[in-house]
Structure formats: C-alpha cells, structure tokens
Write a protein that binds this ligand. Structure first.
Ligand code: TYD
Length: 216
C-alpha cells in the first residue's frame, strides 16, 4: 500500500456484473463522505484510453499475444503513476474495475502466456502497488457471456470493444478457472463473491468484505 488510501479492485469474466457493483460501492463510499477515485483498466488515463481502443477493437483480431500483454502492462504503468498513486497518497478509496489479476487470468490462464513473466511485468507496471482487497465476482461462463452479448449489442459496444466477446467459450472458461486459482492462492486478498444472485444480494456480500477496511 502507498499513503493512507485503500486500493480495492473488481474482477471477473465478461458480464459478471462488475460495473453495477462498482456503481453501488461508489455510492456507499460517497455516503460515508470518504475521498474516492473510481477508475478502470484498461483506459483509466488519457493515454490509457488510446491503448484501450487498440486492445478492444474487433478489427485488431491479429494482435499478437505478446503485444496484447505489453499494451495492458503499458496502460497499467501509466495508470498507477498518473492516477492511482496520487489518489492513495491523498488518502482516497480507489475503486478500480480490473487490475493485475485480469492480466494473470486473461493473458496467463486464457492465452497461456508465462505466468511468472506476467507477475514480473505486473510488478514493473505497479511499482508494487497491490490491492488491499480484490473482489472476484463469479458467475457461470454461460450466464456471463449471455449478459455481455446482450448488453454490448444493445449499446452498440460490440462494434468498437467486442474483441474478447468473440473468444470461444473455452477461453472464458480458462479465464474463470484462472480467477478461481488466484482466489485459492491469495485467500487473504482475493475474495470470491457470488455474482449469480440479485445485484442487491451481491452488493451486501461485497459490503461485508469492504466495511472492515473503511473503519480507520
Ligand atoms: P472491461 O472494460 O472490464 O470490459 P467488461 O466490462 O466488458 O468486462 O475490460 C475490457 C477487457 O479487457 C475485458 O475483456 C478483459 C480484458 N483485460 C485483459 O485481457 N487483461 C487485462 O489486464 C485487463 C485489465 C483487461
């Protein structure tokens, strides 16, 4: 940790309900009157927004796996330096939609890239800034993908950000298994939350995990 703030990250497969849950936690933190930064990866900075476009554009089907990994790392390095560290130093609660675990789950477990190498890149990009708590919102792959496809087509997002949505079910199954493995290997930091219930029930479970962090 850096400064007196708290970094809390949200993870999960496509359509797990992260955005809704980040919204609800934001409202909770605001009501408590605490300083807050809500952010996301990729795309938490102006430079990161450019990187995000490259990463998620369905036209970039031929993006090499190593290039993809390095772009996520570049986005993160910029984000940590420009946004996350200053926010932690001013004592903010930082709610970040995806962080280092997404790279391990998607590029490591999903794409099959070398995980120790990803850990090294994560350390380089973050300078050791590690979440106080990571919420893995878990839904079955079929449920998540159905939700994501419906949302993306409704909002027209699939045309500009649909690259991962086009991946096979087996890819998303490996990503989910990756998150489960990360939960098992770092149980004190990474908590699995059941995302296959009503948004309010999921929110209550998340609050029970977040509240102890916000007391001091
Ligand atoms: P996100 O904006 O969270 O999309 P969604 O709300 O649809 O889940 O994330 C964009 C995509 O980037 C998502 O498919 C996961 C992927 N991703 C990685 O593959 N590696 C990473 O390190 C990060 C941060 C995201």
């Amino acid at each position: 940790m850096r400064g007196s703030g708290k970094l809390i990250t949200f993870e999960g497969i496509e359509g797990c309900g992260k955005t809704t849950q980040v919204d609800l936690v934001c409202r909770f933190v605001e009501k408590r009157g605490l300083p807050l930064l809500r952010t996301r990866e990729p795309g938490g900075t102006r430079i990161g927004a450019e990187i995000r476009k490259m990463l998620l554009d369905p036209q970039n089907r031929n993006l090499a796996d190593a290039a993809e990994l390095l772009l996520y790392a570049a986005d993160r390095a910029q984000h940590v330096q420009e946004e996350i560290v200053p926010a932690l130093e001013r004592g903010a609660v930082v709610l970040c939609d995806r962080y280092t675990d997404a790279t391990l789950a998607y590029q490591g477990f999903g794409r099959g890239l070398d995980r120790p190498m990803i850990e090294t890149l994560n350390r380089m990009a973050t300078g050791g800034v590690c979440p106080a708590l990571t919420l893995f919102i878990d839904v079955p792959v079929t449920v998540g993908l159905a939700r994501a496809r419906q949302r993306n087509h409704q909002d027209g997002v699939a045309d500009t950000e649909g690259r991962f949505e086009e991946e096979a079910v087996s890819f998303h199954t490996r990503v989910r298994e990756g998150y489960l493995a990360l939960t098992a290997s770092e149980p004190a930091r990474v908590k699995r939350v059941d995302g296959n219930r009503s948004p309010e029930e999921t929110h209550q479970q998340i609050l029970s995990l977040i509240e102890p962090l916000l007391v001091n």
